[in-house]
Design a protein around this ligand. Structure first.
Ligand code: 4NP
Length: 163
C-alpha cells in the first residue's frame, strides 16, 4: 500500500512545522491509520538544525496531550521532493522557497488551504504566521490554526482513498 507522504515545512523547523507534525501524528494514531502515513517536518532555513522544538511549542504541544519529540532539520530537496506527495507550507514565503528549490508545483500546498472553514478565502489569509517573535498567546493560536487544518487535511486524504 502506498502511504500518504506529508512533509510540513516552515522557516526554522522549531515552531510551526514541528507542531503540525505532532498534531498529525497524534490524529492518524488515534484514528488507527498511522501505518498509512509517512509524516515529517523540516525548515527552509538551517540555523536550528539539530535543535529540539522551541520551548513554547513544546509547552503548547504538552498542553494538548501531544508528544513533542523533535530534531530540527533543513529541507533536503533531492530526497524530500521525491519521498513526500504533499509539501505543506505554513506561509507564502515557505512556499516560494520550496518552489525556488525545485519542488514540483503540484505537491506544494498551503497547510491552511485544507481548513474547510477557510474554503474560497484569498491566499494571503491562509498563512500560519510565524509566532517566533511574539508572545505565548501566539503559540496557542498557532495550535488552533494548525489543528483545524490538519483535521481538514486528514478528512480530505481519507475521503480520497475510499472514494
Ligand atoms: P518556525 O519559526 O519557522 O515556525 O520554526 C521560526 C523559528 C526561528 C526563526 C524564525 C522562525 N529564526 O529566525 O531563528
Amino acid at each position: 500500500m502506498t502511504r500518504h507522504g506529508l512533509l510540513f515545512v516552515c522557516l526554522g523547523n522549531i515552531c510551526r512545522s514541528p507542531l503540525a507534525k505532532f498534531v498529525m501524528l497524534d490524529l492518524v494514531e488515534r484514528r488507527g491509520l498511522a501505518h498509512a502515513f509517512d509524516i515529517d517536518s523540516c525548515g527552509t532555513g538551517s540555523w536550528h538544525a539539530g535543535d529540539g522544538a522551541d520551548p513554547r511549542t513544546v509547552e503548547v504541544a504538552r498542553r494538548h496531550g501531544l508528544n513533542p519529540d523533535h530534531v530540527a532539520r533543513p529541507v533536503r530537496p533531492a530526497v524530500d521532493f521525491d519521498r513526500f506527495g504533499l509539501l505543506l507550507a505554513m506561509d507564502l514565503d515557505n512556499r516560494r522557497n520550496l518552489l525556488r528549490l525545485g519542488a514540483p508545483e503540484a505537491k506544494v500546498k498551503l497547510l491552511r488551504s485544507f481548513d474547510p472553514a477557510l474554503s474560497g478565502q484569498p491566499e494571503h489569509t491562509l498563512e500560519v504566521p510565524d509566532p517566533y517573535y511574539g508572545g505565548p498567546e501566539g503559540f496557542e493560536h498557532m495550535h488552533e490554526m494548525i489543528s483545524a487544518a490538519c483535521r481538514g487535511l486528514f478528512e480530505t486524504l481519507v475521503r480520497a482513498r475510499v472514494s
